[in-house]
Design a protein around this ligand. Structure first.
Ligand SMILES: NC(=O)c1ccc[n+]([C@@H]2O[C@H](COP(=O)([O-])OP(=O)(O)OC[C@H]3O[C@@H](n4cnc5c(N)ncnc54)[C@H](O)[C@@H]3O)[C@@H](O)[C@H]2O)c1
Ligand SMILES: O=P(O)(O)OC[C@H](O)CO
Length: 346
């Protein structure tokens, strides 16, 4: 039986880290939130608000905040990581040995290059004695902070760790489902960001509802094709961390990746869109990483190739759309054919 009162810490004081920490604090879990910005830490401690990343949301007074990462880690056995993928390894490098024996849960939806590494694989490298899980699903921070109902997936080979996360995070507004497919859950969370950029662009261009449904469905087909090739279980992509997260990120203007796509669709440059956002949009880096990896692996990913051509090669949108619409017309639900052909690797 997992102790709901066992102390937890969250590393990363952006919108998601603050939201997760606050949800648990509000349920009486002793939580320490670590962030590097002393000014924001003081504002949270004094005013119970994170005005930089979660303005307008009153945080639970029981939420502890610190800028001392070593003290934060020492205070807890269960540690959530909500640090952008660009800074993920450097933060872990500074504290790897302190995580020995701890339960570490990555919530970061990005991929590191070189190596095409998921964040939990970076945890394994930098903190080899830690127990590892990932958390992913349709989880827009602001909706969760506002108490909207949602669900998420904790994935790990370590069943006890899954139970521990379910115990501290599950609550009246959040259901936490478990999965053993850590790689598939993590891959789903990272890949969907790329398609959210495309969906944002389609929205800005006033494209039809049929078009949006086609994009989301073909995005799922493309993600799943890649995942199967990489050894993940395609069935994971039918769950909350696959299609669930894909739907929310491709349909909500709250999604930062959607917002970047929207800005691009309105004629802004990538730099302008990202700068105005002022928060992380992981899909931009994932797009680069995924384009390279799909070419190396020989996986057909026309949406990724098309978006990359628009964003990084400055190809005109009508040319890219023309290519996509005139490509060879293939099978609809492809992974079903793959599954009937033989066993899945993991
Ligand atoms: N916001 C969401 O709705 C949401 C939901 C699920 C998962 N995620 C994932 O969580 C991760 C974090 O995203 P976010 O939304 O909290 O980002 P954010 O842009 O809201 O905040 C980023 C935070 O990271 C901190 N940071 C950046 N570099 C750092 C470093 N070197 N050391 C320590 N802290 C550093 C910033 O100070 C800031 O507090 C991303 O991978 C994102 O995909 C976000
Ligand atoms: O705001 P985004 O685009 O980073 O998406 C946030 C979450 O991943 C949605 O589940």
């Amino acid at each position: 039986m997992t102790d709901r009162k066992a102390p937890v810490c969250v590393l990363g004081g952006g919108s998601f880290g603050t939201t997760l920490a606050n949800l648990m604090a509000a349920e009486g879990v002793p939580v320490t939130l670590w962030l590097r910005d002393a000014k924001v830490a003081r504002q949270i401690a004094d005013n119970h608000e994170n005005p930089r990343y979660l303005p307008g949301f009153r945080l639970d007074e029981r939420l502890q905040v610190t800028t001392d990462i070593e003290a934060a880690i020492a205070s807890a056995g269960l540690i959530f990581l909500a640090i952008p993928s660009s800074a993920f390894r450097s933060v872990l490098q500074s504290v790897g040995p302190l995580l020995a024996g701890k339960q570490v849960v990555s919530t970061t939806k990005g991929i590191e290059q070189p190596g095409f590494l998921m964040m939990s694989q970076i945890v394994e490298q930098e903190a080899p004695a830690a127990r590892v899980a990932v958390l992913s699903g349709p989880n827009l921070a602001k909706e969760m902070a506002a108490g909207e109902l949602t669900a998420t997936v904790v994935a790990s080979e370590d069943e006890q760790l899954c139970h521990a996360v379910q115990a501290v995070l599950g609550g009246p507004n959040l259901r936490v489902y478990a999965s053993q497919d850590r790689y598939g859950v993590e891959l789903g969370g990272a890949l969907k960001n790329v398609y959210a950029i495309i969906a944002g662009m389609a929205s800005a261009l006033g494209m039809g509802e049929n078009t949006k449904a086609m994009l989301i469905t073909r995005a799922l087909a493309e993600m799943t094709r890649f995942a199967v090739h990489m050894g993940a279980n395609p069935l994971t992509f039918l769950g909350l961390a696959g299609v669930g997260d894909l739907i929310v990120t491709c349909t909500s203007a709250q999604s930062r990746n959607f917002q970047v796509g929207y800005a691009l669709g309105k004629g802004e440059t990538l730099e302008e869109g990202v700068a105005r956002l002022g928060q992380v949009a992981e899909g931009v880096n994932t797009l680069k990483v995924l384009k390279q990896k799909s070419e190396e692996e020989g996986v057909y990913m026309p949406l990724v190739t098309g978006l990359h051509a628009i964003v990084f090669d400055k190809q005109p949108l009508p040319v890219v759309i023309g290519k996509l619409m005139s490509a060879e017309q293939k099978t609809d639900v492809e992974f079903a054919a793959v599954m009937s052909a033989g066993p899945i690797k993991s």
